[in-house]
Design a binder for this molecule. Structure first.
Ligand code: FES
Ligand SMILES: [Fe+2]
Length: 388
């Protein structure tokens, strides 16, 4: 049985099923109850692979950048062996934040009392500790964060015992290299507005649910379905990720953007990676994007990510693609998610059925079913039934 078949049958065999036998969405409290978000922080976000940034952000020994992630500040840097490392961005003396923003330093110096750290996280010096006390610098190294590369993308996991990215998401890295032509030559693209930290008034799972199905594409994204041939849309479910793909419907879409010739130019391909990451290649000139959804509160989230492209001057196609994504596609999804969040707070809604969860075409909500089952599994919850 192939991985798609295995996953589809797991999905079919798994609850939650409503009274009519339908596979149901998460009960609405999963989107509105702050205690669920508290549990998700520990059970999902502090245990899963997340996106930090990309290798070109760390060109030199000592290059570093910091990110905020769910109440934590983290620092990523290139060490003297040119390996990329990650640490909690907190000094081991009295917990001051160690680094700010981004830059390049051979030694990391805490601004509070000037303890210094090497690029491997070991404590280099601690002013005044030579005066006795049995001080051992080995006890005060920075707390490391696990880092793995997804091609040139820096992934991290706050769980020291987590399975490797490649074990959890087998084949994604090699598929990306295969299906995104000339990926190794890419450089960062200008970020379309909306993918650079915009705040959305919805629970993070509302945006995730929306991103991982295209059942909504025909009614909600008229330009997208002008560009993409929905009859070619295919979903491939794996244990903890899904790959969606389709081919182009027309190269001269006036509603979305016109696509020129090129290797892979007619392909649309997306990897949805548990729990909150999307890697997408849109039709057209070689390039791709990664973005992830960071929760800010139970009713707010933020998208964060980057796009990448081949070096050289902007083409008309790229400008048009950016405009389409930033000014048409993303605002359409933002409006959907904010409407859904309001609806989830209504006394007039409890829980709905997933449509065609055992199918693998563009009209299926199978990936929503997979991810929602993983939510239950991660939280250790028993699937709930309508009305609960
Ligand atoms: S808190 Fe960093 S040196 Fe004191
Ligand atoms: Fe959408």
């Amino acid at each position: 049985m192939n991985s798609q078949g295995a996953s589809q049958s797991q999905l079919l065999a798994s609850p939650p099923a409503g009274a009519s036998g339908s596979i149901m969405t998460l009960p609405k409290r999963y989107y509105t109850d702050p205690t669920i978000l508290d549990r998700e922080r520990e059970a999902i976000f502090y245990k899963s692979w997340q996106y930090a940034g990309y290798a070109q952000q760390l060109p030199d020994v000592g290059s570093y950048f910091t990110i905020d992630f769910f109440g934590e500040s983290l620092v990523f840097l290139r060490d003297s062996d040119r390996n990329i490392r990650g640490f909690y961005n907190v000094c081991q003396h009295r917990a001051h934040r160690l680094m700010k923003g981004a830059g390049c330093k051979r030694i990391l110096t805490c601004p509070y009392h000037a303890w210094t750290y090497e690029l491997d996280g070991s404590l280099r010096s601690a002013r005044g500790t030579e005066r006795g006390q049995g001080f051992d610098a080995r006890d005060y190294a920075l707390e490391p964060v696990r880092v793995e590369m997804l091609n040139d993308l820096i992934m991290f996991n706050l769980d020291p015992g987590a399975q490797s990215f490649e074990m959890l998401f087998p084949g994604v890295a090699s598929e990306m290299r295969l299906q995104i032509p000339r990926m190794s030559e890419f450089e960062p693209d200008k970020m379309p507005e909306g993918f650079g930290g915009s705040v959305l008034n919805s629970n993070w799972k509302v945006l995730a649910d929306n991103c991982i199905e295209c059942y909504h594409c025909t009614p909600s994204h008229p330009a997208f379905v002008d560009l993409i041939d929905m009859s070619t849309y295919r979903i491939e479910l794996h244990r903890m990720h899904a790959r969606h793909s389709a081919t182009i419907r027309r190269v001269d879409s006036k509603k979305a953007y016109a696509v020129g010739p090129g290797e892979g130019a007619e392909d649309f391909i997306v990897w949805h990676i548990w729990p909150n990451i999307t890697v997408a290649k849109f039709p057209g000139i070689a390039g791709f994007g990664i973005f992830q959804i960071d929760p800010l509160s139970v009713g707010q989230c933020r998208s964060r990510g980057h796009f990448f492209r081949l070096p050289g001057p902007d083409t008309a196609e790229e400008i048009a693609r950016r405009e389409y994504v930033a000014k048409v596609l993303w605002p359409e999804d933002e409006a959907i998610c904010e409407s859904v969040q309001l609806g989830l707070q209504s006394r007039g809604y409890r829980q709905g059925p997933l449509v065609a969860p055992d199918a693998c075409d563009g009209g299926s909500e199978a990936t929503v079913g997979l991810f929602q089952r993983l939510i239950f599994e991660a939280l250790g919850d028993i699937p709930a039934f309508p009305g609960q």
